[in-house]
Design a protein around this ligand. Structure first.
Ligand code: ADP
Ligand code: MG
Length: 365
């Protein structure tokens, strides 16, 4: 007696949708991917507009290099990328934010995606739509140089996911956090955010376009301060103090090369941790080690359950940090967690002490 085997192959559409779920969790994850693409495309201006927290619509417009009709069609296919060619490129180190070639395919699988693009040196623009993974034909379309990506009805074909989304306000908070991080990390790019037709913030991009490693060094923190002013407002910007710490200035051995940025006065705080922004080698990351290091520096000066504002750029040997813990979550791990924590805490403490905002250095140990 033979029975049907209980194991069967999943069909392509199912496989595609499951894979998409790994990349796209909520509107903010779509926004993250699209903004990264715009920055990778050398944009000097990135405008983000969302409707109802991004659940109904997301539009990201840039003035980057753009795509031809053929490139549009390839861009939305899974594992298609212009950013790396093979594993050797990956091992040599990637200078772009993306490289997996999965994002647009994933977004297209779980929404109605429309892209319009014109290469900078191209004569004509094109438009392409993808609906629930079905890729349409591209057609000529009038548009300025650069790219516009519109994502409507996210998860319309994955009801379980759609149901799991939070209120418009909560989803928008996540979108806002993401766009803010990219605005802070790229003071040379004019980044704007709009929600339901209302402007939330806009940076002017006057921070100057400089190579990533010198981005925060070249203009000191002046540019960063003006970006902070745009995204967090005057009260916060004026309460920020400069953090300027370099391993060259200390005798002890440290895994960190430098820590630069801004941290707020101990009384300028919020109830949430989302205003503690940390960047490792110019990439936005979430790392509890870095967060704790900042909080430690304030000693007992913070009110209970209050968190300061911080925008901190940490530079260290890329070989000593693992940024690939999870493609979506932006978490990192350091080879020397305690060394990193101590150095970052020292850098912030020094800055606060210099301004007389904390009294004494907490005992080291
Ligand atoms: P990845 O960013 O990992 O390469 P994506 O799926 O996000 O994968 O994008 C696929 C490709 O589409 C990119 O490698 C790039 O060539 C192109 N692309 C995507 N967005 C843009 C954009 N805003 N401007 C120009 N090219 C883009
Ligand atoms: Mg990408």
């Amino acid at each position: 007696m033979s029975e049907e085997p209980s194991i069967t192959a999943l069909d392509d559409a199912t496989v595609q949708r499951i894979a998409a779920g790994e990349v796209v969790e909520r509107p903010a994850s779509v926004v993250k991917e699209l903004v990264e693409n715009s920055i990778d495309a050398d944009a000097s201006r990135v405008s983000v507009a969302v409707e109802r927290g991004g659940k109904d619509g997301i539009r990201v417009r840039d003035d980057g290099v753009g795509m031809s009709a053929e490139e549009l069609d390839l861009a939305v296919r899974d594992h298609h990328t212009s950013k790396i060619g093979d594993i050797a490129d990956l091992e040599a180190g990637v200078g772009t934010l993306g490289f997996r070639g999965e994002a647009l395919a994933a977004v297209g699988a779980v929404s109605r995606l429309t892209m319009r693009s014109k290469p900078r040196d191209g004569e004509m623009g094109h438009e392409l739509t993808v609906e629930g993974g079905d890729i349409g034909d591209s057609s000529p379309a009038g548009c300025p140089a650069g790219t516009v990506v519109e994502v409507d009805d996210l998860f319309y074909n994955v009801p379980a996911r759609r149901k799991f989304l939070k209120t418009d306000a909560t989803e928008f908070d996540h979108v806002n956090t993401v766009v803010t991080q990219y605005a802070l990390a790229n003071p040379g790019v004019a980044v704007s955010l709009e929600h339901d037709g209302r402007e939330v913030f806009a940076t002017d991009g006057n921070g100057g376009r400089s190579p990533p490693s010198s981005r925060t060094q070249s203009g000191g923190t002046g540019n960063l301060r003006s970006t902070v002013l745009s995204v967090y407002g005057r009260e916060v910007a004026e309460s920020m103090v400069d953090v300027e710490w370099s391993a060259d200035d200390v005798s002890a051995e440290t895994p960190i090369r430098s820590v630069r940025g801004l941290v707020s006065h101990p009384e300028t705080t919020r109830a949430g941790r989302e205003y503690l922004s940390t960047f490792v080698n110019d990439r936005y990351v979430t790392a509890s080690t870095l967060r704790e290091a900042v909080l430690d520096a304030y000693g007992g000066q913070l009110a209970p359950d209050r968190y300061p504002f911080a925008v901190l750029f940490v530079e260290l040997d890329p070989a000593t940090v693992d940024v690939n813990v999870h493609p979506r979550k932006l978490e990192v791990r350091f080879d020397d967690e305690s060394g990193v924590k101590e150095a970052v805490s020292e850098a912030v403490k020094e800055a606060l002490l210099a301004e007389g905002l904390i009294r004494t250095s907490a005992p080291r140990g």
